[in-house]
Design a protein around this ligand. Sequence first.
Ligand code: ANZ
Ligand code: ZN
Length: 859
Amino acid sequence: MRSEYDAAWVERAAQAYWRNTDTFKTVEDDHRPKFYACSMLPYPSGKLHMGHVRNYTINDMLARHLRMKGFNVLMPMGWDAFGLPAENAAMKSGVSPAQWTQLNIADMKSQMQPLGFAFDWSREVSTCDPQYYKWSQWFFLQLLEKGVVYKQTQTVNWDPVDRTVLANEQVIDGRGWRSGAVVEKREIPGYYLRITQYAEELLGAIDTLDGWPDRVRAMQRNWIGKTTGVRLAFSHQIRDVAGRLIEGGELWAFTTRVDTLMGVTFCAISPEHVLAKRALELNPDLEPLMTACRNKDFDEALGKLGVPCGFKVEHPLSREPIELWITNYVLDEYGEGALMGVPAHDERDFEFARQYDLPVRQVIAHEGDVYDPRNWSDSYARCEGRLVNSGIYDGLSVAQAAQAITTALVECGKGDRRTTWRLRDWGISRQRYWGTPIPIIHCKLCGDVPVPYSDLPVVLPDDCIPDGSGNPLLTHDGFRHVACPSCLAPALRETDTMDTFVDSSWYFMRYCDPDNHASMVGPGSRYWMPIDQYIGGIEHAVLHLLYARFWTRAMRDEGLVDFSEPFKSLFTQGMLLRESYSRKKADGSRQWFYPAQVAVEYDHKGRPIKAISLEDGLPVDIGGAEKMSKSKNNVVEPKEIIAKFGADTARLFTIFAGPPDQDTVWSDSGVEGAYRFLSRLWRFAHDCGARFDASDQLGESAESKRVRHEVHRLLQQINRDFERLQYNTVVSGAMKILKVLEGAKAANPTIVCEGMAILLQVLYPVTPHISHVLWGELGYAGVIHDSSWPMPDGDALTQDEVKMVVQVNGKVRGEIMIETDADHEAIRLRVSSDALLHKRLEGAVRMVVVPNRLVNFIV
Ligand code: ANZ
Ligand code: ZN
């Protein structure tokens, strides 16, 4: 055995073994319980970063641990291969998205390979593979037949930079989630999935997801956004060009605070509302402000914009005339696209009223509050108190008033109870090339004709190179021109492709039946699904998870699967952060330094307090720990770490650095510490190798017992931490075991040999290479991968000696070691045989014993 740790050699040896024996190939097996452990599939950007390393190491630890515990574990990997970056790269470099993607996949795979993850690569899925997306197309057509897919012309969010349509969920604060561009509104036709049909079920079932973090469950609830309130009608006399009353002379608005109805001082509609359109017809001067309202989703920075449209509506109870405004803070897609403005008790309405000098009328009095109509206080919005300025409702509590007013509205036919949802149907049409083609053919005679099932997949041509001038499929004659499947006349293929969230809605089922060409899902999926542990970033807490939950239900309702929730448990790992160093330049922008370009001074806790540039010796600002990002020069490349220290060190550090579900700061000294630990482990193994051979007697010495007790106690803690995925303390527990063994000079070699086996086994999930090799070098039976997970031995855990404190007249005078549950006589004997203590006992009249803890002698 080599005397020094050589990570490169160790890792080559372990990986050669795994490769040659196909260790990670997984097959269905009814004799073992199954466990499906899956990481969210990565986008093949070409670069593997430390965040991936952390994510997949967590997954790998889980998989290896459970395999040794007797589970049949599936841990696959694949590629979210469609999407925008490939098109952007094509525009820059002239390489086709297909080629760029294939190269990146190969590249990333080669960066993953040295890390030794136990993926079953025989099940690799790439979403741009026609054999995969064929089934997304097939399912799309199934849903179209059922009406779950429908086509609609709608106002959509248009991202002017990415030149594509975004789902509501992809618009964050009025901006595109990828480009950050301010989103515009456009009208175009597209295909929609009726996710709203499942809103109630998706919401209710969140309660059953007890393996999910509460935070994610709350985020899902919030996205679905169920609100109950009242829909009420304000009458009007507004007529269309033909002289007909628009919408029967009623403006419907949705409110959650019907109790404030007598405080309405204006009504507001969105610029898309029919009444707004009519207002514009009558008064073209409204155009500029309306356009301003329309093109900017409400953005705090821009403030609220509004314009009175020249119409009045009538209060449903008081019949007072009320002015109607068009504003940018009324959302067209929410409720009725109209609201009743109650500035006194709603903050948005309050700001708007202040801005346009509209009246504020208080209708709720909160005890202890003096209402000041010039300054907003959050207490004004409290849903409690009594009514004032509300006629017959004065004096009622908020709850009573809500009851009474709702009843009054319902009785006169001007209102009803309503539930509104924030969730919209899922628009999946993208005006982009690099995605799953939507399997529709447009015929002049027959309309939109579904591609016959026998013609699937509709294969995406892989020779297009987008140039920024729109979807290249539009000019790809070979793809575009087809015969209509129903009348055979010349027709045009749909050129929109599907949102890539479609691809990621069921890829995890494909891993279960990767070679099934006969159906979307098969026996593999019946065996493996649902996923027992899903692992990924919190950034997917809403969109991806919600779509996958919906898609699974749609599959269930087609009879394809018999479960509703695809992910039993969810684990969201934290990010790796690192200090950034920068300096403000003359033009106000920042110059970012690589850590190697600065000298840093740390305080005693290892926190950086001062940094200077090595080049000019002048100070540099310390940015604090931030997400690793190329633009800030604070990225750590896995391959650098692997080249210097090996994959086991990279894995060990990312796990040891902090609780896996929390953000963790990268530290170079931490990496070195991880490497030193592995070197020490190697050296210890080297030194004790010889001792193991010589030993054959089972030791019963006190020292042997102590060592065994310590090791098993640590194992017990480690096992608990494995179960709760608290992997950082698994590592610290393992470090403690090594320390115990190193210190066990006098212990029986058999005990040390057992302890070492346990140590290698608990480390195997995190540092599999060194554990595999040392297991062999030390002559343990078989291969560590096939060994069974170690469990603490009950006998070793019960300690048979305890420490007792000895007091004389209540003062601590010393301590003794004695067998557990010793009786009074034994204790007295033990103390009097103690050279120092026995003197103090002269004249003792009585002894008081707290079993296994303390003895007090009264003299
Ligand atoms: C009057 C009122 C008084 C309101 C009050 C609130 C407080 P949530 O709870 O988020 O669902 N609203 C209704 N339709 C809207 C739309 N299309 N765009 C923007 N806002 C709209 O919000 C419901 C409340 O948001 C409704 O209750 C309405 O304002 C407003 F003291 O009505 B409320
Ligand atoms: Zn036709």
